[in-house]
Ligand binder design. Structure first.
Ligand code: SF4
Length: 270
């Protein structure tokens, strides 16, 4: 899901959307009444609804499948082990509008990603700071994305990692958590840093990574520093990256393999 103007895309709680503002924004809805209210109107600037905690509500998805509008939905799964079986509720909805599934990097992420992919849904995985079990599942999701012909729609961040490895984009941007590009607001409408209640501050990512390097943290000689930008050291700076570095290695190996196949193809005499 993308928005193309130069201003940050704002993520606003349902009660804090200005009435006279045509700048781009996303509305976060957490209860049925908010969902129904925002489905019934699409003011200028509204890019999509971020739907949290409602996958278990059958009535919500019945309305979404019957609604004539085309407002895209980003359906967030914070507990994939518990919620994954409810993904079937999105089958009829995706026939009417763009639907993406955002899955937290917790145990159950592999099952949820496999099922969402089998339903043809684009996926964004928010790894955060995964446990060892979740990190192992994330690696399996990456391999699933790379190798399984059933995968038709993008699975982020692996899709963007493959496309931009060696470029300037970091996980922060790929996962829509870079505050310069995506301005997330809390329940009292303050811009906050990703996955915290801390107020947003300019140049957060640059200063975060610079601070880690100044502290001689694990990032200093990490081969994946450019693509990561210190993502996995937030908010806990002491998080060990032993379980997540294989994700980068896996994607890098795939990129090398693809490059070699392209070279071989181009050098094949016609
Ligand atoms: S993977 Fe870990 S050590 Fe490497 S740059 Fe990212 S946060 Fe730092």
């Amino acid at each position: 899901m993308t928005e193309t103007s130069g201003e940050p895309l704002r993520f606003l709680c349902a009660d804090f959307v200005p009435t006279q503002d045509e700048r781009a924004f996303v509305v976060i809805v957490r209860i049925r009444e908010e969902f129904l209210r925002w489905m019934s109107k699409s003011p200028p600037g509204l890019q999509w609804l971020q739907v949290e905690g409602l996958l278990g509500d059958r009535d919500v998805w019945a309305v979404a499948a019957e609604d004539a509008g085309d407002l895209p939905l980003d359906v967030v799964m914070t507990d994939p082990a518990r919620e994954f079986a409810q993904l079937y509720r999105l089958v009829d909805v995706r026939a009417t509008r763009e639907v993406r599934v955002t899955i937290y990097g917790k145990p159950g992420v592999l099952k949820a990603a496999r099922l969402a992919a089998s339903l043809g849904l684009p996926i964004r995985i928010l790894p955060g700071q995964p446990s060892a079990e979740a990190a192992a599942q994330l690696l399996q999701v990456a391999e699933f994305y790379l190798r399984d012909p059933m995968v038709q729609a993008p699975i982020e961040p692996f899709h963007s990692m493959l496309a931009t490895m060696g470029g300037v984009a970091t996980l922060w941007t790929m996962l829509e958590e870079d505050p310069l590009v995506f301005a997330h607001h809390d329940a009292v409408d303050r811009a906050i840093l990703p996955r915290t209640t801390q107020p947003a501050r300019p140049e957060f990512i640059r200063t975060h990574l610079a601070g880690l390097i100044a502290e001689n943290a694990e990032c200093v000689d990490c081969p994946w520093q450019q693509a990561c930008g210190g993502y996995f050291k937030w908010p806990d700076r002491n998080y060990s990256c032993a379980g997540v570095k294989p994700l980068f290695a896996c994607m890098h190996a795939a990129m090398v393999e693809i490059g070699q196949e392209l070279d071989a193809f181009q050098n094949t005499p016609s």
